[in-house]
Design a binder for this molecule. Structure first.
Ligand code: ZN
Length: 357
């Protein structure tokens, strides 16, 4: 996520904080200072930090449960509206998906129970109304907020936790594709309701969450529909086998000539042994032509290219293309380059298959 900064690693996941989160802390600190002086400011900032500590614990609940099913979580990002654990993928088994989804809120239940049973905090709903009063019961309010986090996250607004549980449960008899579009529809309806509530009450955070849920439901649904329509199609059907390639030591002349002579927007960089080194994009050639210091193909290329085998399914290509890569390479079992696949190709294949059926 752009504008986010790593602050450390825990259980194999990088913990990142979004720049706007610091703005939130600043805003809370300054407005509390104006209202009640430095004591109030310190109290409010400490409370928000403690609250987000609980949010991080919640996200690690998801990440550690996903790890039990062999799914890694490369990073967890803290935003002013909450935390986002970016799982490598979602479990395919609906029961596993439910466990991963409830593991987050379960952590908040545990925190609440510890605060109430061990430390003896009292939680009343009224605690939530006096949240920004210094000297109020810090532990009691933290316990109340954890209970609130559980209830809020279990709202069935896909892709929030409750919505994931709903989607997984629906997919047991509707199938994954239909279940996702139903859950996404419900999620978007709830997001609109959140948005209206946010507007009417002037609650900016709720409004942001509404936007976030609406957009995320859309994106996840589109991704799922794409995955389902590509199921059973081998990757080689979309493979580009007629192309011009560059050599690693090719200079600006060769790259520019290739760009003009062909309609390609990306050029595989292949050595004399037929091994792929990377891809040079059109933008990289423009940049080199503009007098950039690096002018050789192997200096301006994108070196990290996802590679798949000839028999891989098209869905694997989609996973590869979800990152910031110009193409996915197709190689044989000895690592020799056979061809490549771009987003544009997959789009064309989809149009052709739809026209045929
Ligand atoms: Zn969660």
């Amino acid at each position: 996520m752009p504008w986010s900064y790593p602050i450390g690693r825990l259980f194999g996941s990088e913990l990142r904080v979004h720049a706007t989160f610091f703005l939130l802390l600043l805003w809370i600190g300054v407005s509390a200072w104006i209202e009640g002086g430095p004591g109030q400011a310190l109290w409010n900032v400490m409370f928000v930090v403690a609250l987000f500590g609980c949010v991080v614990a919640h996200e690690f609940g998801h990440a550690l449960m996903a790890r039990r099913y062999g799914i890694a979580t490369p990073d967890i990002t803290l935003l002013p509206i909450g935390g986002v654990a970016r799982l490598e993928r979602m479990p395919d088994n609906p029961i596993h998906e439910i466990w991963v989804a409830v593991a987050g809120p379960a952590v908040n239940v545990v925190i609440w129970a510890v605060l109430v049973l061990v430390i003896g905090a009292e939680t009343r709903v009224t605690e939530l109304e006096t949240l920004d009063q210094a000297g109020a019961n810090f532990i009691g309010q933290l316990a109340a907020v954890n209970l609130f986090l559980v209830l809020f996250n279990m709202v069935p607004a896909f892709p929030m936790d409750g919505g994931r549980v709903l989607r997984a449960a629906l997919s047991l008899w509707l199938g994954a594709q239909r279940a996702t579009s139903v859950a996404a529809g419900i999620g978007q309806a709830i997001a609109v309701a959140f948005g209206l509530m946010g507007l009417l009450s002037g609650n900016l955070i709720l409004l942001l969450i509404a936007f976030f849920v609406f957009a995320a439901a859309n994106a996840e649904n589109a991704h799922m529909q794409m995955r389902m329509t590509t199921e059973g199609i081998p990757a080689r059907e979309a493979m580009i086998t007629s192309y011009e390639a560059l050599r690693p030591d090719d200079g600006l002349m060769a790259m520019s000539a290739g760009l003009l002579r062909t309609t390609q927007h990306e050029f595989p960089v292949i050595d004399a042994d037929g091994r792929l080194h990377g891809f040079v994009t059109r933008d990289a050639i423009f940049e080199a032509a503009g007098g950039g210091p690096r002018r050789r193909a192997d200096e301006v290329m994108v070196a990290e290219i996802p590679t798949i085998g000839l028999t891989a399914p098209l869905s694997e290509v989609l996973e590869g293309l979800s990152g910031n890569t110009p193409a996915v390479a197709v190689c044989d079992e000895h690592g020799l380059f056979l061809g490549y696949i771009t987003r544009e190709n997959i789009g064309e294949l989809m149009v052709l298959r739809r026209a045929r059926s």
